[in-house]
Ligand binder design. Structure first.
Ligand SMILES: Nc1ncnc2c1ncn2[C@@H]1O[C@H](COP(=O)(O)OP(=O)(O)OP(=O)(O)O)[C@@H](O)[C@H]1O
Ligand SMILES: [Mg+2]
Length: 323
């Protein structure tokens, strides 16, 4: 089946673009986003990759605040690059402020020590990035017609996508424990054993946890809604990338995420000398494997271009190749 990437994106609210490093994720994400903006939609492209190149691609600074990349009245394209360091710092300082407010004063030093250590704990960057992605998807789906997520290389992405589940379960556990202590607290209060300040603090902890849970639940709901969201895998027609694409596609499908298309990028030409013709033939055999393993996912080949994809014109040309 031939992939019509623009047709696919036109019917979605969220498009995720993933794949191995350097295959062309950022280029494809921007080309799709630009085409949708030109078709009159309000589009936000979000880079979640710590090694960003949205800015390089658009030949301008794109940072952690939303920047206008193209005006296509009535449509437009905005971009944002999630800064993991700034995101982690902001995340921890929000957690610190909440904990400081909610914990008894004499534990303040304890809270600080704990959070200073947490900054470098495994998974902290991912958790912070996920909070930010959840927030951007929630705000993005409200303020834009389409959000395109340019994700980090494969393994990372599948983990990121399974995090709403994990973190939702974790927050649920905390909430259940809260419930029990709320009930105990209410009983204690009736007996005159608990102050009103404690009860207020408990209610606030509960509401912080509930908001967070709702944010992750929203992200998971959007990502697993096949009408609203689709995942596009970009790959090179080589042996390992093909095997990894098969694995990534199965993993995503298992998580309930629809894989709507495969973009085989930088395909070697058959008619430009012996070396490239040999490569073209080798690639064809890898693509045959891909077809056998994933017969139902629409696919499109994009030729190897003479030049890097930089700037608006190049993105329009790449967009034409995806149509
Ligand atoms: N079809 C193509 N032909 C030639 N060069 C291409 C093609 N598509 C992308 N490129 C170039 O390949 C390089 C990598 O592309 P891009 O940055 O989009 O990949 P990426 O998957 O986002 O990489 P990373 O994993 O580092 O974020 C860039 O220099 C880009 O201009
Ligand atoms: Mg990239």
């Amino acid at each position: 089946m031939l992939l019509d990437l623009h047709g696919l994106a036109a019917r979605r609210r969220v498009v995720l673009v993933g794949g191995k490093g350097g295959v062309g994720k950022t280029s494809v994400a921007s080309a799709v986003a630009l085409a949708q903006a030109r078709a009159g939609r309000r589009v936000l492209v979000v880079s979640t990759d710590p090694a960003h190149n949205l800015g390089h691609l658009w030949q301008r600074t794109v940072g952690d605040d939303v920047a206008r990349l193209a005006d296509e009245a009535p449509g437009h394209l905005d971009g944002v690059e999630i800064d993991p360091e700034r995101t982690t710092a902001a995340h921890l300082s929000a957690v610190r402020a909440t904990l400081r407010r909610l914990m008894p004063e004499h534990l303040g030093g304890e809270v600080d020590r704990h959070l200073d250590l947490a900054h470098d704990a495994p998974g902290m960057h991912e958790a912070a990035i996920l909070e930010r992605v959840a927030d951007l998807v929630q705000r993005g789906t409200a303020d834009y017609d389409l959000v395109v997520l340019d994700t980090a290389p494969s393994g990372h992405t599948a983990r990121l996508l399974s995090l709403p589940e994990t973190m939702g379960a974790w927050t649920d556990g905390l909430l259940r424990r809260r419930d029990r202590s709320d009930r105990l607290g209410a009983a204690a209060q009736m007996l005159g054993g608990r102050g009103e300040a404690t009860a207020r603090r408990d209610a606030e902890i509960r509401s912080v946890l509930t908001r967070r849970r709702e944010r992750f639940a929203h992200l998971r709901d959007v990502l697993t809604d096949h009408e609203a969201c689709t995942f596009v895998v970009v790959l090179a027609a080589e042996r390992l990338p093909v095997l990894e694409t098969v694995e990534l596609t199965r993993r995503l499908t298992g998580l309930g995420v629809a894989v709507g298309g495969l973009v085989v990028n930088k395909r070697s030409p058959a008619d430009a000398g012996e070396l490239l013709a040999a490569r073209h033939a080798a690639e064809a055999s890898h693509l045959a494997t891909l077809r056998t393993e994933l017969p139902d996912v629409p696919m499109r080949e994009v030729p190897l271009l003479a030049r890097d994809v930089v700037g608006r014109e190049a993105l329009e040309r790449l967009g034409d190749l995806l149509a």
